[in-house]
Design a binder for this molecule. Structure first.
Ligand code: 3H9
Length: 759
């Protein structure tokens, strides 16, 4: 007996990507190795393995390679086999083929494994079919082989529609895996060889081919009814096809075919849906853009990770000590993130009561983690008793030994500066990172409180609320932040905290909040013009795909916060005299409606159960916006006398989002963001922009089109000359004049050397 072990990855590319994407070269190599093994009479069985990882699936870059036909790239030809051909080649082999699964086996990688006659996996391996997350369905038999092996439609649908990874004990219990091995890669291969020999002894392995198996036995009427019932129930819970649900509905249809049709016919159904989605779905293109944008935003420079602070984070055995200043909602959330990541945290607040509230908040979050089985009780206990401490005085105890300090007190420059001046004296390690969670203040101004030698270690680390849930962090680079500090904060954000960090420049509101201003203000202008009601504005934006409308978002964040920011900018009117704020320039478009909602009606938002909407603790845990009669009447009294026709949903979307995107162009022009896709990532992870539209910059570039966008901005600018956010950006005009899209403008390097920014 000779078991031939085939490495999926050709030797020439083995080091290029340890995730083994199944690109053309890999498929050609695998095909050749299989044919050789089949032809060699000495080879009696085969083991497939991939090194540290089996495979992360089809090479997603081939799906959207510019100027190339995805059909040619993926479908296969005489010379280049498709993934589907490979799975058939494996399954139809008369010699047993065993998959030795290590690391991940996802998408096409999982499909290759499912087509083998046996699967042996490392105990920590994970399998999954995440294609729906990138707007596709499994296209090499995954929708057919997983239900045939598991005989479990509910499990199959859950795995495919969520795209989640399945651990090996679950996979074994569902009969997807035959054996689980603890040890190293070689141990998995050795065990797989044993299974290969066992397969040989079996002689006839046709019953081990999943294509020969049935999900439901032909005479099992109850089984069919149950499978159909499960599909119907799942269908009700899926997102609407127009709100990003095209792929999951496609997957459901393909899985339904697994018990309604024979294998070959069902494979036809899968193939038809896969190709339709790949070639025609703009949702899928948006999702794939989001996949690569997220990774591109987080590309830190690993070479810059030097010095004692970086070493403490790079060494997995170390428990770096973090200081968090301010025990409010943000501070408690940030402390939780570091504690969950295995760091030691000292929480500081000068106010004892505030500090205790913060401690309670953190304890409660860990209790919830335990209740929701995200953490074991003794793990939570260990973290809170061993890694967490608190104090009202940062000059005492271990605080001086912190390697990273994140300040999260309320937005007052003087207070923040005095804290940083104190940190300068207190923190022993001269290279410790001194970071601020400010969302509005200049990092340069905050850093100015530090001695010159400390300033390179100061940056912004802008978390989004609630910090222990939201994945986004804006990493704000000041004029004195060193590249090493930026690289380390990026590393800590993505690798230690497992969040999505985007590096941005220093300006009012940074990227996300600066762009949100036009969006929120246009929502109120539309009310004032009488072109839409509060629920109508939000519904149109929700239908567009945003997680919620701008007015509901105001209620969630607190309308008082918006009011205070406008007040600090000198824009709000004097509540007694009614005189406009000193910084309202003549002709400037400004609505008092939102300010008055707070001042006159006290409608600050969800926290007081009244804002643009009413809230009732008995409905949707007090979080469901309910249309308010009081607000409708109040708004009526502000409606301008000039009668206007009601807006369509599309008009509402354009009015709310075009100013936002135009601001994004200006941010790029000023080099506050490095590339358009960074802005997309900020909006996808921080503001609930629909991922199937790729992000605001991708959406305007690919779905709306820059010439139309510019034309509409020019019209809006003419109609509302008092709104700076409708003045078209120079970058936009340049792209349109060159007849080039924004992404291409950047891809061609036309943006380079135009700014002195540090980014
Ligand atoms: C499919 O299989 C279709 C088939 O059903 C049918 C076909 C006919 N392709 O994420 P990371 C890159 S669809 C190309 O930072 P992690 C990634 O861009 C596919 N590249 O690592 C990054 O590159 P860079 C179904 C890929 O440890 C680098 O690898 N499969 C692919 O945080 C490291 O990635 C999926 O959807 C790929 N398939 O996470 C799985 N995968 O260094 C997609 C990764 O240049 N992948 N890259 O930035 C993932 O979910 C994560 O990468 C994974 C690892 C969880 C595996």
């Amino acid at each position: 007996m000779t078991v031939k072990v085939i490495n999926i990855q050709p030797p020439s590319t083995a080091k290029s990507n340890p995730l083994n994407p199944l690109s053309k070269n890999v498929r050609i190599h695998l095909h050749k190795c299989l044919e050789e093994a089949y032809a060699d009479p000495k080879v009696t069985s085969i083991v497939l393995f991939g090194g540290a990882n089996f495979s992360a699936g089809a090479d997603i870059t081939e799906f959207s390679a510019k100027g190339k036909d995805p059909k040619e790239e993926i479908e296969g030809s005489k010379e280049i086999p498709s993934l589907e051909e490979l799975t058939r080649l494996i399954e139809n082999s008369s010699k047993p083929v065993v998959a030795a699964v290590t690391g991940v086996a996802l998408g096409g990688g999982c499909e290759i494994a499912l087509s083998c006659h046996f699967r042996v996996a490392h105990v920590k391996a994970r399998m999954g079919l995440p294609e729906t997350k990138i707007g596709l369905i499994p296209g090499a038999g995954g929708t057919q082989r997983l239900p045939r092996l598991s005989k479990d439609i509910k499990f199959t649908l859950n795995v495919i529609t969520t795209g989640r990874m399945v651990g090996m004990s679950e996979a074994k219990s569902k009969r997807v895996i035959d054996d689980v091995v603890d040890g190293g890669v070689q141990d998995v291969v050795d065990k797989a060889k044993k299974w290969a020999e066992y397969g040989e002894l079996m002689g006839d392995i046709s019953h081990k081919k999943s294509c020969n198996q049935k999900v439901v036995a032909e005479d099992d009427a109850r089984g069919f009814n149950s499978a159909r019932f499960i599909c119907d129930q799942v269908a009700k819970k899926l997102p609407h096809p127009e709100r990003g649900g095209e792929a999951v509905h496609g997957a459901l249809k393909a899985v339904r075919a697994s018990f309604e049709k024979n294998f070959d016919d069902a494979m036809e159904v899968e193939s038809e849906i896969f190709w339709d989605l790949l070639l025609n779905s703009s949702q899928g293109r948006g999702l794939r853009h989001a996949f690569f944008a997220e990774r591109a935003a987080q590309k830190g420079n690993a070479k810059l990770l030097k010095g004692p602070v970086a070493a403490a984070f790079l060494d997995k055995k170390c428990t770096p000590q973090i200081g968090v200043i301010g025990a409010g909602t943000m501070g408690a959330g940030i402390a939780t993130c570091f504690l969950r990541a295995g760091c030691k945290v000292i929480l500081v607040d000068v106010n004892e009561k505030g500090l205790q509230r913060g401690v309670q908040t953190i304890t409660k979050i860990f209790e919830q983690d335990v209740a929701k089985k995200r953490m074991k009780p003794n793990q939570a206990k260990h973290i809170l008793s061993k890694n967490f401490s608190h104090t009202t005085d940062m000059s005492t105890g271990d605080f001086s030994k912190c390697l990273v300090v994140v300040e999260a007190v309320f937005e007052n420059l003087q207070i923040k500066q005095s804290i940083f001046a104190q940190l300068d004296k207190t923190i022993q390690n001269s290279q410790a990172l001194l970071l601020s969670n400010t969302s509005t203040l200049s990092i340069d101004s905050i850093a100015s409180a530090l001695s010159e030698a400390r300033r390179p270690y100061c940056a912004g680390m802008h978390f989004f609320s609630p910090a222990h849930i939201m994945k986004l962090v804006e990493i704000v680079v000041s004029s004195s932040t060193s590249p090493e500090t930026t690289a380390l904060v990026q590393f800590i954000t993505s690798k230690t905290l497992r969040k999505v960090g985007v590096t941005v420049g220093n300006c009012q509101g940074f990227v996300g909040n600066r762009m949100i201003n036009p969006y929120s203000s246009e929502a109120v202008f539309m009310l004032e013009e009488g072109v839409a009601s509060v629920p109508e504005v939000d519904k149109a934006i929700y239908n567009f795909g945003m997680a919620m409308g701008p007015l509901a978002m105001g209620d969630l964040a607190g309308n008082d916060i918006g009011y205070l920011i406008a007040k600090s900018k000198g824009l709000t009117k004097d509540p007694k005299t009614g005189k406009p704020g000193k910084n309202r320039t003549p002709g400037m478009r400004y609505s008092d409606l939102g300010d008055d909602l707070v001042i006159k009606l006290g409608r600050v938002g969800m926290k007081k159960q009244k804002g643009w909407y009413d809230y009732n603790h008995k409905v949707g845990k007090g979080r469901q916006p309910l249309p308010s009669k009081e607000v409708a009447e109040f708004v009526k009294s502000y409606v301008k006398k000039v009668p206007r026709a009601k807006f369509t949903d599309n008009e509402i979307v354009e009015r709310a989002l075009f100013g936002l995107v135009n601001e994004g162009f200006k941010i790029l022009e000023e080099n506050i963001a490095q590339k358009p896709s960074d802005i997309d990532v900020i909006y996808l992870y921080g503001y609930g922009f629909p991922s199937y539209r790729g992000g605001p910059m991708y959406w305007i570039d690919n779905e709306v089109g820059l010439p139309y966008f510019l034309k509409r901005l020019q019209e809006l600018n003419k109609e509302f000359p008092g709104s700076a956010h409708y003045v078209p950006s120079k970058l936009l005009k340049k792209c349109v004049a060159l007849g080039i899209g924004l992404e291409d403008f950047y891809a061609k390097g036309l943006h380079l050397n135009k700014s002195k920014s540090k980014l």
